[in-house]
Write a protein that binds this ligand. Structure first.
Ligand code: AKB
Length: 317
C-alpha cells in the first residue's frame, strides 16, 4: 500500500486524525507534516516532516520519496486570522491547495480537503442550508473555501482525481486547541469553566451554529475516504452536521455539570459579523444517503466527555 501524507498535522484536526490513521494503517504508513516543528516529545509516534505547503518542490519531493498514495490536506488559516491577514490566507489556503492538487495529479494520489460552513454567505438560506445552494461568502476564509471546492471539483472532472471533502462546522476537541477561528469559543469555554468557573464569550448569547465533536469529525473523514466512489455524487464538499447550539445553550449544558458556572458576553464585532454571515444549521441529507453519515455526539454527550477528558489534563480532580 502506498503511504499517507497529512499536512497541517499539528493543528486541531491533524492532532486526532494522524493517530486514527496510524491505528488503522500502521504508524510507518502515515507521514505527519507541518510547517512547525513538533514540541519536544510530540510527533515521535511515527514519521514527521517539516513541510511548507506553498513550496511545490518540497511537497513533490516528500510525496515521491515516501511513495504517497493519499493526501489529507489540513494546512490552512481559519476564519478570524484569514480576515486579519487576507493576503496570507489566499497564499496559504489557495496557493497551498493548488500545489497539493497538482502534486496529487502528477502522482495519482487520492486527496481529502476540508471545506467549512464558511463556504456559505449572507445570501444563503440560514436554516437547514441545502447541500446545493447559493455560495457567496463575504469573508476571505469563505472565499478560499468556495474556490477550493470548485477547484477540487475541476480536478476531479478534468483529470479524474479522487478528491473528496466535508463542510466542517465548528470543531470541538480536548486534544488540541483551535487557532484563529470564529467557533473557537466552544473550546475555550470548557477550559475557563474548569479553571475559573466563568467565561467571557466573544460571540453573543443567541449566535446559533452547527458544531461537531472531534471524534465525529475524524470518523466522518475516514468514512468519506473509504466510501464507495460509485455512490458519491457530490465529493466536494458534503454538508455534515452533529450538534447545534448557541453560546447560552452551551453554557446551560455546562452548568448541569458545574452548577456555579457563569458566562458573560463581550462581543467582538469582527467575529460576530463572520458568525452572522454563516448558516445556523446545515442539511446533511446528501452525506447520509451517499455514504451513510450518522453523528454520535450531540450537545449533551459532547459536553460530558469534554469535561471528563479535560479534568485530568488540567490536573483538576
Ligand atoms: C472557523 O471558525 O474558522 C472554523 C470553521 C467553522 O471553519 N472553525
Amino acid at each position: 500500500m502506498r503511504r499517507i501524507l497529512v499536512t497541517g498535522a499539528l493543528g486541531q484536526i491533524g492532532s486526532e486524525l494522524v493517530p486514527a490513521l496510524r491505528a488503522r494503517h500502521g504508524a510507518e504508513q502515515v507521514i505527519a507534516s507541518d510547517i512547525r516543528v513538533p514540541p519536544a516529545g510530540a510527533g515521535t509516534d511515527g514519521p514527521f516532516a517539516v513541510l511548507d505547503v506553498t513550496n511545490f518542490r518540497q511537497l513533490q519531493d516528500l510525496v515521491r520519496r515516501h511513495e504517497i498514495g493519499t493526501l489529507y490536506h489540513l494546512a490552512a488559516l481559519l476564519s478570524a486570522t484569514a480576515e486579519e491577514r487576507p493576503h496570507v490566507a489566499w497564499e496559504i489556503n489557495m496557493g497551498g491547495l493548488y500545489k497539493i492538487l497538482e502534486v496529487a495529479r502528477e502522482n495519482r494520489c487520492a486527496l481529502f480537503h476540508p471545506s467549512s460552513i464558511a463556504a456559505f454567505g449572507p445570501g444563503t438560506p440560514r436554516a437547514a442550508t441545502p447541500q446545493d445552494t447559493v455560495q457567496r461568502p463575504n469573508t476571505m476564509y469563505g472565499v478560499t473555501k468556495v474556490a477550493g471546492e470548485l477547484l477540487a471539483d475541476y480536478y476531479a472532472h478534468r483529470f479524474g482525481l479522487d478528491v473528496r471533502g466535508l463542510r466542517f462546522p465548528g470543531l470541538i476537541s480536548h486534544t488540541a486547541l483551535p487557532g484563529g477561528g470564529t467557533t473557537d469559543y466552544a473550546v475555550a469555554i470548557f477550559y475557563d469553566a474548569l479553571r475559573h468557573g466563568r467565561y467571557r464569550c466573544f460571540l453573543g448569547p443567541d449566535t446559533r451554529l452547527d458544531m461537531m465533536y472531534m471524534p465525529d469529525a475524524v470518523r466522518a473523514t475516514l468514512e468519506l475516504m473509504e466510501a464507495d466512489p460509485a455512490r458519491l455524487e457530490h465529493r466536494n464538499a458534503f454538508n455534515i452536521a452533529a450538534a447545534n447550539f448557541t453560546p447560552a445553550e452551551l453554557a446551560a449544558e455546562i452548568r448541569k455539570h458545574l452548577p456555579g458556572f457563569e458566562i458573560e458576553y463581550e462581543v467582538d464585532p469582527q467575529r460576530q459579523a463572520i458568525a452572522d454571515s454563516w448558516p445556523q444549521s446545515l442539511d446533511d441529507t446528501a452525506a447520509r444517503t451517499e455514504w451513510g453519515w450518522r453523528p454520535r455526539y450531540d450537545l449533551a454527550a459532547m459536553t460530558a466527555e469534554m469535561l471528563e477528558q479535560l479534568r485530568p489534563k488540567l490536573k483538576l480532580a
